[in-house]
Write a protein that binds this ligand. Structure first.
Ligand code: GLY
Length: 346
């Protein structure tokens, strides 16, 4: 079974996101007669060498530490050595770090070559690989240099998620919960009505959750491809998550997003936007999925990390806050209120 979700780009063309049993049909999505160069990481290459070895490849190091301009330079130099010209097609094959880097390389090498992705983590399938945000970190700050440029296609095959460590799989679910809270109450209800094991063991349920999350992202990206406003909603929980990730190395990104989402619900409640019972329901659902809900970092340190965020605007930060399930708003919140707002009541 497979479903194609077409994301309309600003120029009127579409990015095809294909969800389902699709990896075996990869050649059908590649441009006929073109030279295909795969960008992947060492871990993904070990798992998928028989597929990747059909093409030329560049294998980068694994992990966030490699999402740098040094890796970009290495790739550009390899492409030059390989005499790759503007006619080549770049295939990013991996998780969000690989697709962010591959997308940036494809958008900038020789002023742009065509590209597509095979997304191999849940987080990449439901968020990172979709919508055209590409880039690298600079000076410890995430995604400070990048482009908006959508791939020709993204293949999201849930079969590839079987090799994901349980913790990483769970972390990807946080982005799906987020999508439900932003715009799809029926998606959020799946998490109220099922346990973590249901998502890891029930193929059709997982497929439905992935496809619903992608449809939420499609809707938002089509409305605001370059993040002038509406797209900021996809950052629900992320402003807090980035502050948590800066203050503590204990958490995977998705885990920090889960804590950040609970924090956003609490702040929404304190600002009078969200009913206290609903904030508690959100916390319960996230906790029941096995996520941490407390960063173990003092409110002061978190508030400071938010204040030092490079993407802040003056004395305020624009937070994505909740008014209900499937109903969020963007509100500027002054830094001097932050510590009080994020604090849990005793
Ligand atoms: N990951 C958030 C976005 O694509 O806008």
């Amino acid at each position: 079974m497979k479903e194609t979700i077409a994301v309309r780009k600003g120029d009127g063309s579409t990015s095809q996101v294909v969800v389902g049993d699709v990896l075996g049909t990869l050649p059908d999505y590649l441009p006929a007669g073109k030279r295909v160069i795969v960008i992947t990481d060492a871990n993904v290459y070990d798992l998928y060498a028989p597929v990747i070895d059909r093409y030329e490849k560049i294998v980068i190091g694994q992990g966030e530490g490699n999402k740098t301009h040094a890796t970009l330079l290495e790739i550009y130099e390899r492409l030059l050595e390989m005499e790759a010209d503007r006619g080549c097609f770049i295939l990013g094959f991996g998780g969000g770090i690989v697709t962010d880097i591959a997308g940036f390389v494809a958008t900038t090498y020789m002023r742009g070559v065509r590209f597509g992705f095979v997304a191999t983590t849940l987080l990449a399938q439901v968020d990172a690989s979709i919508g055209g945000k590409n880039g690298v970190n600079v000076g410890g700050y995430k995604n400070m240099v990048g482009t908006f440029s959508q791939p020709g296609f993204v293949l999201c095959d849930p079969n590839v998620l079987r090799t994901l460590p349980k913790r990483e799989f769970r972390a990807g679910l946080a982005e799906i919960v987020k999508a439900g809270l932003i715009a799809d109450p029926a998606l959020f209800a799946l998490f109220e009505n099922h346990f973590f094991e249901d998502f890891s063991e029930d193929g059709p349920l997982l497929l439905e959750a992935i496809a619903r999350a992608i449809r939420v992202k499609k809707q938002i990206v089509e409305a605001d491809e370059r993040e002038a406003g509406e797209r900021r909603k996809l950052n629900l929980g992320h402003t807090f998550a980035h502050a948590i990730e800066k203050s503590s190395r204990r958490f995977l990104h998705g885990e920090a997003v889960a804590i950040g989402t609970v924090t956003a619900a609490r702040v929404s409640c304190k600002l009078g936007l969200l009913d206290a019972a609903l904030a508690e329901r959100i916390r319960t659902v996230i906790e029941r999925m096995g996520f941490p809900v407390d960063a173990g970092v003092s409110d002061y340190r978190l508030a400071e990390a938010l204040r030092l965020d490079k993407k802040k605007e003056g004395d305020e930060v624009a937070l994505v806050l909740l008014r209900g399930v499937g109903d969020c708003v963007i509100r500027p919140v002054p830094f001097d209120q932050m510590e009080t707002l994020i604090a849990e009541e005793e």
